[in-house]
Design a protein around this ligand. Structure first.
Ligand code: GLN
Length: 479
């Protein structure tokens, strides 16, 4: 049986009605991994035995007619910067080669409690810094839609694995776009939840005021199911926050939503092809009778500069803990303690990570702190205010996820600035702590582009509601 295109609900119903077993399902996905991973390098570590063992246990539960959760038995993949007890957590870095996580991340506890079948851990840009997957110390991931292209990053393996049907869903992390941008490049759905909606406990920190874990899936409905399963307050993350169900806005009819089209999302720096497809989606939505309004976010374009100051400052602080003593590898033959620190970091950090640490340390250093860090914090507030006033007028904002189509492997690796430009439209959302989803728009014969829907804080329900409607429009108009 071919399980590739089944949704989570379809698989759940198939398992419950014993149309197929969890073992069959798991074996199918493991064979997909065996077939495709040598070609696209999406997974770093694969849990063949554990996955099969758990699948059999789930089959026993089903045989005993026990109640199972929607995610029970669903094969999934986890970005390798999220801790799974007893498994490697390399964060795509040589410095954490062979590091074994001693505990489960909050999101993993949640998935395990639902009996999801974790197939393995996926490739990423080292410590999640990157937009192409090429900064992994374990080799780049390739875009399943065209192997000459990058899959986006940093959750490169998580997006590629879903796109290549090597799992049903995956988890990634999004600090400046790392769930949405690779989802957009690989033609799948990616959600960055509201800051605080999902606990960061057990996520290897990149920039703590921006990091969020989010699902990557084939459909909006699948992403919603996973989000509902992993969200919630956690005493181990004091920034996590539980919004009670009744606090969520009452479900509205998607057709009645007021949608804001972000003016700056159609202006300077956006590729023509992206723009053409984006305009087409707007037309399709308009034809459905949805009310659309152009909205300006005047400080949006400062987002990139602001992000690359605040993020590098936080990266430089967070990565200070990798000193060759506490975690992972240590440089052998070091002469003294200082030497261990210096030599370990010199040898085992990659060039992009070093670049960010240097930039961040510079921005925080005395004399420069006021002119960079403080100024960037003030700019962040301006961006937050832009979004706030926009949401007084509309329910959701719409713009492309990425300003470019996927570029060729190697094309931007030596030009960090052009690589950073890929984050133009995703980072303002992280700076503002808002939820956003990337949904693929597949125009005939053209490369899919991701459309980004942004909601007010804790407005995920709105995103799912309109997202499903939008998905339907896209499908009916493009097939
Ligand atoms: N591409 C962005 C960066 O390199 C985003 C990274 C992320 O979201 N983890 O900083």
């Amino acid at each position: 049986m071919n399980f590739s295109d089944l949704s989570i609900k379809e698989i759940h119903n198939g398992l419950k009605s014993k149309k197929f077993s969890c073992r069959e399902l798991t074996d199918f996905y493991l064979s997909k991994i065996e077939e495709w991973n040598p070609k696209i390098n999406a997974y770093l570590w694969i849990f063949f035995d554990q996955a099969r063992y758990l699948a059999q246990e789930i089959d026993e539960l089903i045989a005993q007619e026990k109640e199972i959760h929607l995610l029970s038995g669903i094969p999934c993949a986890i970005k390798d910067n999220i801790a799974i007890r007893g498994q490697k957590a390399s964060a795509g870095s040589k410095i954490l080669k062979n590091y074994i996580a001693p505990y489960d991340a909050f999101v993993i506890e949640k998935l395990k409690s639902k009996n999801s079948v974790i197939l393995g851990k996926t490739n990423l840009d080292e410590f999640a810094v990157g937009s192409s997957g090429e900064h992994s110390a374990y080799g780049p991931t390739k875009n399943p839609l065209d192997h000459k292209l990058v899959p986006g990053g940093s959750s490169s393996g998580s997006a590629a694995a879903v796109s290549q049907k090597m799992c049903v869903f995956s988890l990634g992390s999004d600090t400046g776009g790392s769930v949405r941008q690779p989802a957009s490049f690989c033609g799948v759905v990616g959600l960055k939840p509201t800051y605080g909606a999902v606990s960061r406990h057990g996520l290897i920190a990149m920039a703590s005021s921006l990091d969020q874990i989010g699902p990557i899936a084939k459909t909006v409905e699948d992403a919603e199911i996973v989000f509902e399963a992993i969200r919630g307050q956690d005493k181990m993350d004091s920034t996590s926050f539980e919004k009670k169900e009744e606090d969520f806005e009452k479900k509205l009819q998607a057709e009645k939503f007021k949608i804001g089209i972000v003016k700056e999302g159609m202006g300077e720096g956006i590729d023509n092809e992206v723009l053409a497809s984006f305009k087409k989606t707007i037309e399709n939505i308009r034809k459905e009778g949805v009310s659309l309004e152009e909205i300006s976010l005047p400080h949006l374009h400062y987002g990139l500069a602001c992000y690359y100051i605040l993020m590098t400052a936080e990266v430089s602080s967070n990565l200070a803990r990798y000193d060759g003593i506490k975690y992972g590898q240590s440089k052998k033959d070091a002469k003294n303690l200082l030497d261990i620190y210096f030599e370990t970091r010199k040898e085992f950090f990659g060039p992009e990570v070093k670049r960010r640490i240097m930039l961040g340390t510079y921005c925080l250093s005395s004399g420069y702190y006021e002119s960079y860090y403080l100024k960037a914090q003030r700019t962040r507030t301006k961006i937050v205010e832009d979004f706030k006033s926009a949401f007084k007028k509309v329910d959701l904002l719409l713009m492309p996820t990425s300003s470019t189509l996927p570029f060729r492997l190697g094309e931007r690796i030596d030009n960090p600035l052009s690589m950073y430009l890929a984050d133009l439209l995703t980072v303002p959302v992280n700076l503002s702590g808002l939820p956003a989803i990337s949904i693929p728009f597949k125009d005939k014969k053209k490369f899919p582009i991701g459309i980004q829907l942004i909601a007010p804080a804790f407005g995920e329900k709105k995103i799912f509601e309109f997202g499903k409607f939008f998905e339907k429009i896209c499908q009916s108009k493009t097939t």
